[in-house]
Each structure stands twice: as C-alpha cells, then as structure tokens.
Design a protein around this ligand. Structure first.
Ligand SMILES: Cc1cc2nc3c(=O)[nH]c(=O)nc-3n(C[C@H](O)[C@H](O)[C@H](O)COP(=O)(O)OP(=O)(O)OC[C@H]3O[C@@H](n4cnc5c(N)ncnc54)[C@H](O)[C@@H]3O)c2cc1C
Length: 505
C-alpha cells in the first residue's frame, strides 16, 4: 500500500518522471493483501473527533508516540481516504449511504472504514489497477532488492554523511543482478513477521528494507516493539497463521480458557476490547499457567447472520478447518503481527541517508510509540506515502552522472547445500520465539545474542562464497533484523506498551 500509493501519486502528477517499482514475488503479495479490519479515519464528527482518535493512539502507544506526528496523521486521514475512493477502492456503506464504521480494540469510537473483512485486498486491487493505467510506472515483479547503492560502493567517504543512488536488484526468474539508479529511493518493504516463524504475515515479510537500511548505516529505532496479534487461528503445524480480526472481539466475542473461563475481565476492565499488548500478554499468562497451546475465541452467542455479513472470509476459513463458529469455539494463539519501529523518518518520510525515503510498516515515524492502535498502520502508510510525494513534488530533478560499479560476484558459486539455509532459518525462528517473544528477560536476551552471533558468522560466510539467491538474502536480512530487535530490547529499561521484560519495572 505504501509503495503503490507513492508511485501512483508521483506518476499521476509528473508524466515526465519514471517510477520503477521493485517487488519480490507476485505483484500483489504483501502484508497489505491480508489486512482485514480496515483503516481508522475520523468521519462521524457528531460522535467522534480528531481529538478522541489522537488520544486513543497516544494511550495505545503508552506515552511514547510523537504527539505532533499523531496529530498530523489523524487529521490527514479523511483527505487520504478520499483519494483511495477516487482510485476506485470500495468500502462498505450503511443503509443511509454513509460508511459502515467498525470499532476495534483500543478505539473509543466507531471509526474503522472497511471492505467486508478483506479491506487490504480491495485497496491493493484498486491501487494495482491504477498502477497499470499509468504509462510512466514500470512494475518489476519477481525482482528482489539486495542492497542499497551508497557512497560505500563508490569508494567515497563523506565523513559520516551517506547518500543513496538506487539499488542492486536480483531478477528472481533468470538470476541476473541489475543496477537500478534513482534520484530518490523509497523503501516500502513492509514487515518482519517471518523472523518469528509463527506469524500472521505472509512469507515476504522478512524485514529486507530495514536490513538494507541498517547495513547502509541509516538510523533504526523502536525495534523492540513487536506487536503480537492476540488472536491468530491456532494451527498445530505452525507457519503463517490466519488472522481472526480484532473486529470479531469488537462484535462481542469472548476469550475463554480451554476449561471455559472468560478470563479477560480478570486482567482489564475493557475485557476483550483492551489494547493488543494487554490481550496478548493476558493470553500468554493463561497459556503459561495451564501449559496449553491455545485459548478459545467464543462467538457462539453472536448472531450468525451478522457474523457472516461482517466476516465472510473468516467464517469460510474456519469452516475449511471444520470449525463452525455458530457452535464451536475457535482455537487462537498470539502470533508476531506488526513492527511498531523501523527506519527512522521525519515528517517528510526522509531517512538519515540522503535521497532515501521510507514509508509503511518498515518505517519508524513515531506514530505508534510502544504499541500500534489497530487499523492505524494502513492510515500511516497512506499519509507518509503522500508526504514523501509532497516533498519530492517540489524537488528539482538534477541528473547526476555517477559511475556505479555493477554487482561483483566474482569467485562465488551456487550453494550446493540449501539444507544449511533452511536449518539456520529454523534455528533463528525458534530462537526468536523462545528467547525474544511476548515476555522477555535479560538472561534470555543475552543468551539470544550469543546464539545469534553463531548464526550470523555461518550465514555471512555462506553469503560471501555463494551466488545470490532470494532465500539466502532473506535469511541474512532476518538475522540483521533479529540483531536489532534483541539489541534494542536490551537497551529498553522500562516496560512500555507491547514491550514486557520481567527484569524491568
Ligand atoms: C493478517 C494481517 C491483517 C492486518 N490487518 C490490518 C488492518 O485491518 N488495518 C491496518 O491498518 N493494518 C493491518 N495490518 C497491518 C498492515 O496490513 C500492514 O502494516 C501494511 O499493509 C503494510 O503495508 P506496506 O505497504 O508497508 O507493506 P506491504 O504491504 O507488506 O508491502 C511490502 C512490499 O515490499 C515487497 N518487498 C519486501 N522486501 C523486498 C525486497 N527485498 N525486494 C523487493 N520487494 C520487496 C513485498 O513483496 C511487498 O510487496 C494487518 C497485517 C496483517 C499481516
């Protein structure tokens, strides 16, 4: 959503500028595609207000959100939504013709605009349709960005100042590595969920943009604030978990232990509508107490027609797993879902590297603080894509003649033992789940760093000697991201929002 929105805006306004979108895998594969709940936007000014949305965001962020950023993002919402509608994204309407607004955990009012329970899919459909209409956009699917091109590649030392000139990109179909030069580069590479293995994110969410920016020495922060979604559909086989949207609890579903106790009122007066970190930590405590692998989400008291109307996709997915939500409770477990921090950007989406911008989940804007309020991430992606566009709109393009060396893979060979990559990936994911999960401790974090160093050394050796492959690069990136999460967790001495360390106050 972030990358496509920026590309569409820039290409619509400047027919003489070319925009290249590099995306690994199919063009629509992304976290955006799976967003269910919707976009938080203040539209009903009788019941709701910008002030209430600002307050809810700051409460969820546990005081660490940047107030100016929160105000800017919330107030931009209605205008950015209008643009999506102009690009033909459809949202559900009520019988009076207004938007049917949903309410999710942590929101004090109904303000979530949605398209059934497939909001992200619908938005992405509309954006891709617009991308294909614009002649000055080149969309390179199945192309993997390996690394940013910076002064380091040109052998220039600007005394700590770094500029970006584009990226090296692997054509995933023929294995060739291309050099793509750009006046401005926007990182919009999404989330990091795969670092944990058990996640609501699809396989593309390997934190590549953050790792690339980190290697280029950009500022990265708040990586300790990984949000775990409280209610992913439990699957004994692991992998990507299907998400049971927050909005299901908004419609009145209860969380129960396996012996039937409705436990959320024991932890918070908002019960099931408490913010995500509180619900995830409460489930984690119940699971640790009982030794069970999952708790239940009980929807049996909700009107079934109402449920199917709001959540047809969830209803179907549950039926596929032989769960009839009218009479069966849904087994759920928390899973890695969203990264609140990332590549530090200012209000224009500028990173600490010249000509490098970032928006969407991989960026750290200061909006979410220690915990993201549900449905604020799509809003943030839209607003920052717009802000980068606004900033670059005014910039004069100066053609810079740089002599950029092509990718050098002299002396590398195709790795014969893919088993090494898979083995190290599984080790990394188990390490992150067991040592760097919802509840952390200094002892486990310190041990995690030691284990990670071993993985790092082994994978770096493999990387130096091997021809580039997507899986190898992704593993290397995930190790970088894990390093950032653990290192920044150890630096945080106070529990805030989604971060909980038993050794902190
Ligand atoms: C199941 C689920 C439900 C959600 N529900 C909601 C919701 O209701 N409301 C809400 O606000 N948020 C929701 N979120 C979060 C939200 O969907 C994401 O934060 C948001 O979509 C991120 O958008 P993005 O454009 O930053 O990244 P993405 O949509 O993930 O796009 C990133 C793109 O970058 C590409 N990419 C990554 N690395 C590389 C590389 N090295 N080379 C080339 N391409 C690369 C990927 O292939 C992908 O196409 C949900 C997330 C999930 C997983």
């Amino acid at each position: 959503m972030a990358g496509l929105t920026f590309a569409v805006k820039m290409a619509e306004k400047h027919a003489n500028r070319g925009v290249v979108i590099v995306t690994k895998g199919d063009e629509d594969e992304s976290n955006t595609k799976y967003a269910q709940g919707g976009i938080a936007v203040v539209l009903d000014l009788k019941e709701d207000s910008f002030q209430k949305h600002i307050q809810d965001t700051i409460i969820a962020g546990d005081g660490l959100s940047d107030r100016q950023v929160v105000e800017m993002v919330v107030k931009e919402g209605p205008q950015r939504l209008k643009e999506l509608i102009a690009w033909e994204a459809n949202f559900d309407l009520n019988p009076m013709g207004g938007f049917e607004l949903g309410k999710e955990g942590g929101h004090s009012e109904y303000r979530v605009v949605h398209h059934k329970d497939v909001t992200g899919y619908e938005i992405e459909r509309a954006l891709l349709q617009r991308v294909h209409q614009l002649q000055n956009i080149t969309l390179l699917s199945h192309h993997f960005a390996i690394d940013l091109i910076t002064d380091h590649h040109l052998g220039i030392d600007k005394k700590g100042e770094v500029s970006c000139y584009g990226t090296y990109v692997l054509n995933q179909k023929n294995g060739e590595i291309q050099t793509i030069l750009a006046n401005s580069t926007v990182l919009a590479s999404g989330g990091i969920g795969r670092v944990y293995g058990h996640t609501t994110n699809p396989a593309i969410a390997t934190g590549d943009g953050i790792a690339m920016a980190y290697r280029a020495k950009a500022q990265i922060s708040d990586m300790e604030f990984v949000q775990f979604h409280p209610t992913a559909l439990y699957d004994a086989e692991g992998g990507s978990y299907f998400l049971i949207s927050e909005a299901v609890r908004g419609l009145g579903a209860y969380l129960r232990t396996q012996d039937g106790h409705r436990f959320m009122p024991d932890y918070d007066q908002r019960a099931e509508l408490a913010s995500r970190d509180i619900v995830s930590q409460s489930i984690d405590k119940e699971l640790k107490k009982s030794g069970n692998s999952y708790v239940y989400l009980d929807c049996t008291h909700i009107d079934i027609q109402d449920f199917i109307h709001h959540f047809p996709n969830i209803y179907e997915k549950c039926l596929e797993r032989h769960i009839n939500i009218q009479k069966d409770w849904i087994p759920v477990v928390p899973a890695a879902h969203y990264l609140c921090g990332g590549i530090v950007v200012d209000a224009n989406g500028k990173t600490s590297i010249h000509n490098l911008f970032s928006c969407g989940e991989c960026s750290g804007t200061g909006l979410h603080g220690a915990n993201r309020l549900a449905s604020n991430s799509l809003l943030e992606a839209l607003v920052y894509a717009h802000n980068i566009f606004k900033y670059l709109d005014k910039e004069k393009l100066i053609s810079k003649q740089q002599s950029i060396p092509d990718w050098n893979d002299y002396g590398t060979t195709i790795p014969k033992e893919h088993v090494l990559i898979q083995h190290n990936l599984k080790q990394l994911q188990a390490l992150m789940r067991d040592y760097v999960g919802i509840v952390r401790s200094n002892d486990r974090l310190t041990k995690a760093i030691e284990h990670l160093d071993l993985l790092y050394k082994e994978v770096e050796e493999l990387y130096k000697d091997s021809k580039i492959t997507t899986t190898l690069c992704e593993l290397r990136n995930m190790i970088n991201v894990a390093h950032l999460i653990i290192g920044q967790s150890l630096e945080r001495k106070e529990n805030k929002g989604g971060y909980f360390n038993v050794d902190n106050k």
